[in-house]
Design a protein around this ligand. Structure first.
Ligand code: PAF
Length: 281
């Protein structure tokens, strides 16, 4: 069936009303477009938790810093809508900035305290407020029963779960496993910024996380030394690490034995890459 294209709030609300009248459960997949296999896989999780799936496409200016890639972020709306339709997505909400932020960018925002202060939040001041604000707005407009996010943006997922808990959104937040290239590189729209030479180096990020996971599994417990070794390995591979941490699933100091998450961000030329790996130790 042809995908329903929604560009303004009135049309979205009318569509949502119809789904409710027909007792259909709705799952939302929020995206910034430029869809790849990783985004399309999110639709599978959405479909498993709902009767109808709506994706949103919006390159959200609030979550980009002044020196970040908002202007050059790839915008490929027609190809994205075609890919969503091929993948069986029922509807797409693709608002303009004027539709979503009719009163400009200096608007009420959602701030989740503490959790966003470190890691990507320290590297990108204001980024997570931009994310939680647009996601809250999308939740408010779409009123989904479930929403699916990729686990590559691990800290983002934690923040959204916290926001949903704190603000009593009646929405089930689902984290979808990271989709990877054959050499381990996590799929990301930003991978296309990599030069051919950088693309060869980029899998070092995932390889380093795996090496640390194996060291943990082999019984190594000196977390500080392991983090330092991981950062040194990234540097040797030509990446500039912003952080590499071994943390608990809620991004605090780890408790071992138990579940840990190894999180890292690194720059490769002009491209910022992030990745993470959950390990049970
Ligand atoms: O993960 C993303 O693509 C974005 O941060 C999101 C959740 C769509 C909000 O703009």
């Amino acid at each position: 069936m042809a995908i329903t294209r929604l560009h303004d709030v009135a049309a979205l609300r009318a569509w949502r009303h119809t789904q409710g009248q027909d007792n259909r459960r709705v799952a939302l997949v929020p995206t910034m477009g430029n869809l790849h296999r990783g985004h399309l896989a999110l639709l599978d999780s959405a479909r498993a938790h709902a009767d109808v799936v709506i994706a949103s496409i919006f390159v959200n200016p609030l979550q980009f810093g002044p020196n970040e890639d908002f202007d050059r972020y790839p915008r490929t709306l027609e190809a994205d809508v075609a890919a969503l339709e091929d993948a069986g997505c029922d509807a797409v909400f693709a608002p303009s900035e004027r539709t979503l932020y009719p009163h400009g960018r200096d608007i009420a925002h959602i701030h989740v305290p503490h959790l966003g202060d470190h890691l990507c939040g320290a590297d990108r001041p204001g980024h997570f407020d931009g994310v939680t604000t647009v996601v809250a707005l999308l939740f408010h407009l779409v009123q989904p029963d479930a929403a699916v996010f990729g686990r590559k943006d691990y800290q983002q997922l934690q923040l959204i779960q916290r926001m949903v808990r704190d603000l009593h959104f009646p929405i089930r937040v689902i984290g979808h496993p990271i989709e990877r290239e054959a050499d381990g590189l996590a799929l990301s729209s930003r991978n296309q910024y990599l030069s051919a030479e950088e693309r060869v180096r980029a899998p070092a990020l995932h390889a380093t996380l795996r090496m640390l996971a194996e060291a943990l599994a082999a019984g190594e417990r000196d977390i500080d030394a392991m983090e330092a070794r991981g950062r040194a390995l990234l540097e040797q591979a030509g990446l500039a690490p912003s952080y590499l941490r071994i943390l608990s699933p809620d991004l605090q100091d780890p408790e071992i034995p138990g579940e840990v998450v190894i999180v890292a961000a690194a720059r490769l030329g002009d491209t910022r890459l992030i990745d993470n790996l959950m390990v049970h130790v």
